[in-house]
Structure formats: structure tokens, C-alpha cells
Design a protein around this ligand. Structure first.
Ligand SMILES: Cc1ncc(COP(=O)(O)O)c(C=O)c1O
Length: 363
């Protein structure tokens, strides 16, 4: 069976180094707020800064997951009751969930059927005087149209939050995802382009005051222990996950290059379906390789019969899910939920598997 992600195989290359890193944390007796988290934050900031034209320092705040990165960002930006936040309807649900959790009002916008990403025209159409922020999800590894979204946000005094959970290492106009808005939110869920062995996340920003606030919120709103200056919580990244991320960080480029190579072969070879469109300004890192087919169900069944896993990304638009209490008419989000299918793609996939997938899709 070819899995959608083969984490066990991806892990083999770094297994020994990770086991040593984890063992050293276990033996150190320091499991929370220790040197591995600081090392990771510095590494991640350095990596984003190097790739960026931005002359400001980048601050990284390690947190417990990508969902918590989004939640802590909204808390840090002061989004709450009465504030509207615009979120794409075709997405993983976390960006919508967190708006509700801080008591904000959700506004769903539609996406482009070519790139799966937020459509700025739809953002304008759903905005109201109560709009305070836009969450731009860089879906499947390609950045949303940040130039247009940024000018819209600047003009209206809205915050621009990047959900870069699926876009670690992605770039737009040579600027890394995570440096294109007011804050960048990352997930290191095991299947992500850099994955922990459990849950982990990070927030990035070039605003030093905001970074300090986010750091405090992730640890009960403390600046000083037991002195609660802000309402926060326990959103900490732990030492074991940080030590694992420190081992994997230097491999990000190698992993992403292989993902891009496999995606390139698929796009040249697959027939009778719509392959992902990459905008010229974007460096796509293919967290997922998602095709569109009018015969999605048939294609999915055929591949499963041939031992090739596949998954519907995403089966229902967020605006149709009852807990979000939305009433919206977003035809492209609806359509993509009918047509889209993710094929297997992971860095350790071999050429034989690539061939097998292409043959199975085309015949
Ligand atoms: C676009 C997007 N945002 C947020 C998240 C949440 O990340 P986590 O699972 O680390 O909480 C995910 C995770 O799958 C995601 O794909």
C-alpha cells in the first residue's frame, strides 16, 4: 500500500539523531521552558530572516500546536466580541474555530478554484465595518495572494494573519511564508513539511512588543512567575518536541526540494484531471498534492483498489458546518469539496511508487 504520508519511512533517515536528542532531554530533567525551545526559536527566526528582504528581526514564539498558534495570535492582537474575522471556507477548520473561541464573529470568504486560496474580491465582498482581521491560509503549500490582501488590510486597518501551517518553507516574491503578514502561524503536526513526533507549533512576527505579549500569553500571561499580567494559558512548546524539530530543521530544504520534484513529475504526467496551478510569484512546497476531477469518487476507488491511498481535501466547506453558524453562498468552496483529491506525496517516496501512481491515475 502506498500511504498518503509514510512517516515511518521519512523518519528512518533521522531516527538515530532524534532518539539521541530525545534521550538527552529525558536525562536532562528539564522538560519545559528550556534550552531546546530557545534554540528552535532562534533557528526558525534565523531561517525566516535569511530568506527575507525584511530588515527587521523576526521573533519566533514556540507554542503547543498550529491551532494554538492561531488562538494565541488572536488573543495577542486583542480580537474578541464584536470583532469580525474573515476566513476562507475551503480550509482545515482551525482558523475558523479559533475566531469562535475568542468570541469573535466569523465571516467566510470564497477561494480561487485554481489555487485553492483566498480570493481577495470575495474578502472585499464579505467585509463590514466590524472587520478587524483576515486569516490567509496558505493552502497545500502555496501562499495566498498576499500583495492584494496586504494592501486591503493596510487600507482598512485590519490585521493580516498568515496560517502557514501547510507552508513551511514556502515563499512569495522570494519572501518566506510567516513574514508576509502581521503574524505567521505554523504547525509542526507530524505530517507537516517539518513534523514533530507529537503536537507543536510556532508564531512569527517582526513586532517585538507583540512577540513579548505572545510569549507571555503562551505561559499564563506571566512576565514574572505567578504574576498574571494578561489572560493567557498553557500554550507552551515542550523540550522534547523542540529537540526533535532542531534535528529536522536543517533538512527542510532537502525535504521541500523532493516534494517539489515529485509534484513536478506528477504535473507533467497525470492525465484527465486538473493538476495544481502554481502562480509565478510563488515557491510552492507541496504539503499536499491535490488534483481536481469531475469523477473524484471513481478515481478514489480505482486508486484504493490498486493499493494507493488518497484522501478528500476537504469534504465539506466550513460555511456549511453547523457549529460555525454561517449562512453564505461560496460556490468555489462548494465545488472544490466535490472535486478535490489528495494523492500520496512524502519526501521518501521512491521513483517506483511515483510511476505506479501515475500509471494507476492514467489508465
Ligand atoms: C491550514 C491549517 N491550519 C491550522 C492547522 C492546525 O495545526 P495543528 O494540527 O498543529 O493544531 C492545520 C493542521 O492540520 C492546518 O492544516
Amino acid at each position: 500500500m502506498i500511504l498518503l504520508n509514510d512517516l515511518k519511512r521519512d523518519h528512518l533517515e533521522v531516527q538515530e539523531e532524534i532518539e539521541n536528542a530525545v534521550l538527552s532531554v529525558l536525562r536532562s530533567g528539564q522538560y519545559i521552558n528550556g534550552p531546546h525551545v530557545s534554540e528552535f526559536e532562534n533557528k526558525f527566526s534565523g531561517y525566516l530572516f535569511e530568506g527575507s528582504k525584511n530588515k527587521n528581526r523576526i521573533h519566533t514564539v514556540g507554542v503547543s500546536s498550529g491551532t494554538d498558534a492561531l488562538l494565541v495570535s488572536l488573543m495577542g492582537l486583542g480580537i474578541g466580541p464584536g470583532d469580525e474575522v474573515i476566513v476562507p471556507s475551503f480550509s482545515f477548520g482551525a482558523p475558523a474555530e479559533v475566531v469562535k473561541r475568542v468570541g469573535g464573529t466569523l465571516r467566510f470568504a470564497d477561494v480561487s478554484a485554481d489555487t485553492f486560496n483566498l480570493d481577495p474580491t470575495s474578502v472585499s465582498a464579505v467585509a463590514t465595518p466590524a472587520t478587524k482581521a483576515v486569516i490567509a491560509v496558505h493552502l497545500f503549500g502555496q501562499c495566498a495572494p498576499m500583495d492584494r490582501l496586504r494592501s486591503m488590510c493596510l487600507k482598512n486597518d485590519w490585521y493580516l494573519i498568515e496560517d502557514a501551517a501547510q507552508a513551511i518553507g514556502a515563499k512569495q516574491n522570494n519572501q518566506p511564508a510567516g513574514t508576509l503578514g502581521d503574524v505567521g502561524c505554523f504547525s509542526f503536526y507530524p505530517t507537516k513539511n517539518i513534523g514533530a513526533c507529537g503536537d507543536a507549533g510556532a508564531i512569527t512576527t517582526s513586532d517585538a512588543d507583540l512577540a513579548r505579549k505572545l510569549r507571555s500569553i503562551r505561559n499564563h500571561g506571566y512576565e514574572k512567575k505567578y504574576q498574571h499580567q494578561l489572560i493567557g494559558g498553557n500554550f507552551r512548546l515542550d523540550e522534547i518536541q523542540a529537540a526533535i524539530l532542531n534535528v529536522k530543521m536543517p533538512l527542510l530544504k532537502t525535504y521541500n526540494d523532493r516534494r517539489r520534484e515529485i509534484a513536478g513529475i506528477f504535473s507533467e504526467s497525470l492525465q484527465n484531471l486538473k493538476t495544481p496551478k502554481i502562480l509565478p510569484s510563488n515557491h510552492h512546497v507541496f504539503h499536499r498534492y491535490v488534483v481536481q476531477s469531475e469523477h473524484r469518487r471513481r478515481l478514489s476507488e480505482k486508486l484504493k483498489q490498486k493499493g494507493i491511498s488518497n484522501e478528500t481535501y476537504y469534504p465539506s466547506p466550513l460555511h456549511s458546518q453547523s457549529c460555525f453558524e454561517a449562512n453564505a453562498d461560496l460556490p468555489f468552496s462548494d465545488k472544490l469539496c466535490e472535486d478535490s483529491l489528495a494523492l500520496p506525496l512524502f519526501p521518501s517516496m521512491n521513483d517506483e511508487e511515483i510511476e505506479k501512481i501515475i500509471k494507476a491515475v492514467n489508465e
